[in-house]
Design a protein around this ligand. Structure first.
Ligand code: FAD
Length: 384
């Protein structure tokens, strides 16, 4: 079995310390009216105004070249911004996917025209993206994708169904993973990525899916001979699999993988304040220690990305261990405090608990299920 290195993350430079302080002031002002229940929405909160404010203040496209609207800062500095946003419960949904994975994919694989058309608008917080990967029979098994794009002169004609597409009803674009030649039996071969204009693609219908919490953030996307300009091909035709794997590496590597229930921890400590209970103190101490270890691991991943090292395996571990932590918190809270989760409660604790109880089952599915991540980890350990 191989030991997996988690190198010591770089110490906070003076710039990082200053950036964190400056950004906290920005968030305090932006989020002053946000309730605990709203803060517990984590990255589901969707607010174009907040995303534009982030863009105007220079907090999006942090690592990208200045010529494309970026700020040429380090991956570690970007991780500080992401961490602070999640810890404060900022409504990041309108820029989250574009800043994290669609923009970096366009920077890596896009044409010069695509970079100029998309990246400055993403960095300004004006352009919102979704992820068009999963299908009814192709979730974990992404290579079985059936959605087909056939080249017809200067357009592609797209037919197929995508499912679980977060924010497709709100966003401007998705990057669609599809088949441009062959059949699903060809697996990784013959797949490509297309940039789809969600507001202006004839033949595309978007239908809502309501989740367990009664909220609408998922959708189904139906393409029926939908017409997409050929210059919206991202990267090379037939190279979609390698490109989509690179996109998933961006998706899996951030601190969002252990901070989803942080508002519950904040509210739990608030309720426990002033209670003279050894059991409560021990439990809160243990939870805090687990959080500190996860944060250390996640900062190690950010440091590796800054050094342009491959951190896919380490990111899979942080996501798996992080999801266990996030999902354990509601039960830990319920053992300490005798209060029922209640979505309509006036008090912060019960409404936050209800939101976390409803949403937490999905945290070990999104971005790759627990079993799939453990397969990646087993291969990395040399046991599979
Ligand atoms: C909150 C949330 C947001 C999402 N947003 C998006 C989005 O914006 N865009 C998008 O494209 N998708 C999105 N998804 C979909 C997500 O990527 C898929 O749900 C996920 O990849 C699993 O696919 P599936 O649902 O088809 O389950 P399946 O792949 O059918 O898996 C069902 C079960 O079988 C297990 N399993 C499957 N294969 C194996 C295997 N080889 N070995 C062991 N066990 C296995 C899985 O672990 C799981 O427990 C989102 C999902 C969630 C929960």
């Amino acid at each position: 079995m191989t030991a997996i290195p988690f190198p010591a993350p770089p110490a906070d430079s003076a710039e990082v310390v200053a950036l964190r302080a400056e950004f906290r002031t920005f968030l305090d002002e932006q989020l002053k009216d946000r309730t605990p229940r709203q803060r517990s929405d984590n990255w589901y909160g969707y607010d174009r105004g907040f995303s534009r404010a982030m863009g105007q203040a220079g907090y999006l496209g942090m690592t990208w070249p200045k010529q494309y609207g970026g700020h040429e800062r380090s991956a570690f500095e970007r991780a500080v911004i992401v961490e602070e946003c999640l810890a404060a419960g900022a409504p990041v949904g309108a820029h989250w996917i574009a800043d994290r994975q669609s923009g970096p994919s366009i920077l890596k694989f896009g044409t010069e025209a695509q970079k100029q058309a998309f990246l400055p608008r993403i960095a300004a917080g004006e352009l919102s993206f979704g992820i068009g990967m999963s299908e009814p029979d192709s979730g974990s098994d992404l290579a079985a994708t059936r959605t087909k794009a056939v080249k017809d002169g200067d357009v592609y004609r797209v037919t197929g169904t995508k499912v679980w597409t977060s924010f497709a009803h709100e966003a401007d674009y998705v990057i669609l993973f599809c088949r441009t030649s062959g059949t699903p039996a060809d697996r990784h071969m013959g797949t490509s990525q297309l940039l789809i204009d969600l507001k202006n693609t004839p033949g595309l219908t978007i239908k809502p899916i309501i989740d367990l919490a009664g909220q609408h953030h998922f959708n189904e996307m139906h393409f029926e001979d939908a017409v997409v300009p050929a210059d919206m091909l991202l990267g090379e035709e037939g190279q979609g699999w390698d490109q989509v794997m690179s996109e998933l590496a961006f998706e899996r590597s951030g601190p969002e993988r252990f901070l989803s229930s942080i508002e519950l921890m904040v509210q739990l400590i608030e309720v426990l304040k002033g209670r003279d209970s050894d059991a409560a103190q021990i439990t809160v101490g243990r939870v805090t220690a687990r959080l500190a270890v996860l944060r250390r691991l996640s900062r190690s991943v950010a440091g590796m990305l800054q050094e342009h090292q491959n951190a896919n395996l380490q990111a899979a571990i942080v996501k798996d261990v992080g999801a266990l932590f996030e999902q354990a918190l509601p039960d830990i809270a319920r053992e300490l405090i005798d209060a029922e989760p209640d979505p309509r409660a006036a008090g912060a604790y019960a409404s936050v608990l209800a939101n976390i109880v409803h949403n937490s089952p999905s945290w070990s599915l999104r971005g790759g299920t627990r079993e799939i991540l453990r397969g990646i980890i087993a291969r990395g350990l040399g046991t599979r």
